[in-house]
Design a protein around this ligand. Structure first.
Ligand SMILES: [Zn+2]
Length: 342
């Protein structure tokens, strides 16, 4: 006997099960000044045919990261039922009101959805959605992909994110998906990962899952939207949901962030005159750029240096930075078979 679905205040206005192509919404009852007596809709598409695995594809967890939602829209509009064996559940804009506002966090409650898991069935709209994904959707799934990007605030070296879970078999499945996705970088999430993310939710449910960080800057970078589309297509074929004659993924470099000590943060407020880009290899002592004090043109600019050797996984995307802002996330190469993990 199957377990009853978890209690949720969120309702899908289409059937999740049964063959067919269905387009609808998750209905999030919130009731605020803007919409007191109607739910907020979150777009939902289900493609299902015959037997096969169920894959959950998520975009728009952060509303200023558009490459993933764009890639999922391309797939929704081009995948046909007759090429599917199993089920694909699309949530191309999970944080729908944030996507419409080009905002990282929800304009409804100010919450960051990727810090909201496991969520709360009786919480605010972000917590309710997180709870629905973790307790209602993920238990129905055989795999999940959650597409992110750097958003307005940062730019990432395009990466697939695989969680280094304690369960070696699940870890191997996460890494296999990440390899098939075919981004230039695989970011192995270990101790540095936040346990309130979609990745952490999938790990708790034992579901193979990757996230992706696809460039960023707050727009929709063409090569990264292409990478997302191709990566998801390869994963769907690898999982057996489509019969695409998938091309071979290009090789990926596996890195992790084991501590925040190598990262670079702004020591003062000013213009950051950056001398590196995402994906660069850097060495200890290497110049990272200068901080200029624009209101004091005679004051000597401060040269910043990298603390250690590594690869720039992401950099801040703001010219004017405030003290404490992230300027560079530095990752190190890992041996993916290292049992210790990061
Ligand atoms: Zn994100």
């Amino acid at each position: 006997m199957s377990k009853p679905a978890a209690r949720s205040r969120i309702r899908a206005d289409i059937d999740l099960s049964g063959d067919g192509r269905r387009v609808g919404n998750l209905l999030v009852t919130h009731s605020d000044n803007r919409r007191p007596l109607a739910p907020y809709p979150v777009p939902l598409v289900v493609l299902a045919r015959g037997s096969g695995p169920t894959v959950l594809l998520i975009g728009g967890v952060h509303g200023d990261e558009f490459e993933g939602p764009a890639a999922l829209m391309r797939l929704i509009q081009t995948l046909t039922l007759d090429e599917i064996s199993g089920r694909i559940i699309f949530l191309p804009a999970l944080n729908a009101t944030a996507v419409e506002a080009s905002s990282r966090v929800s304009p409804l409650d100010g919450a960051n959805m990727n810090r909201a898991f496991p969520g709360n069935a009786d919480g605010g709209p972000t917590a309710m959605l997180a709870h629905y994904v973790e307790e209602v959707l993920l238990p129905q799934c055989d795999a999940a992909i959650d597409l992110h990007a750097g958003g307005k605030a940062s730019v990432f070296a395009p990466s697939a994110l695989a969680t280094r879970v304690d369960d070696d078999a699940l870890y191997a499945k996460n890494m296999a998906l990440a390899r098939v996705f075919g981004a230039p970088v695989i970011w192995q999430l270990g101790g540095y990962n936040d346990d309130r993310s979609v990745n952490a939710a999938a790990a708790r449910k034992g579901i193979p899952m990757i996230a992706a960080e696809l460039g960023g800057g707050g727009g929709c970078t063409p090569q990264d939207a292409d990478l997302a589309e191709q990566g998801v297509r390869r994963c769907l074929a690898f999982l057996g949901v489509t019969d695409d004659a998938a091309d071979q993924p290009p090789p990926s470099r596996v890195v992790s962030i084991s501590s925040a000590e190598q990262n670079l943060y702004a020591p003062a407020t000013g213009i950051f005159d950056r001398r590196f880009k995402a994906g660069d290899d850097v060495a200890a002592g290497q110049s990272a750029g200068w901080l200029h004090f624009i209101g004091e043109p005679e004051r000597a600019s401060v040269e910043l240096h990298f603390a250690g050797v590594g690869m720039v996984l992401a950099h801040g995307n703001r010219g004017f930075v405030e003290r404490g802002d992230m300027l560079a996330l530095i990752a190190g190469d890992v041996d993916e078979n290292d049992e210790g993990g990061p």
